[in-house]
Write a protein that binds this ligand. Structure first.
Ligand SMILES: [Zn+2]
Ligand SMILES: [Zn+2]
Length: 52
């Protein structure tokens, strides 16, 4: 599993969930395990959507 940068905290992580942006569907959102646990918000780089 490759390292990815978390879309919420920006840290590199290899325990993450990756899913397409629910708003534009084109940008991949990456959230590390920590950010999922504490429900950190993320923001989409493409459309600017903020969401938990
Ligand atoms: Zn994170
Ligand atoms: Zn988006």
């Amino acid at each position: 599993m490759a390292l990815k940068n978390c879309s919420s905290c920006g840290r590199q992580t290899k325990e993450y969930a990756e899913f397409p942006c629910p708003s534009c569907g084109e940008e991949k959102i990456v959230r590390c395990y920590h950010c999922r646990e504490v429900i950190n918000p993320y923001s989409c780089k493409r459309c600017g959507r903020d969401g938990p």
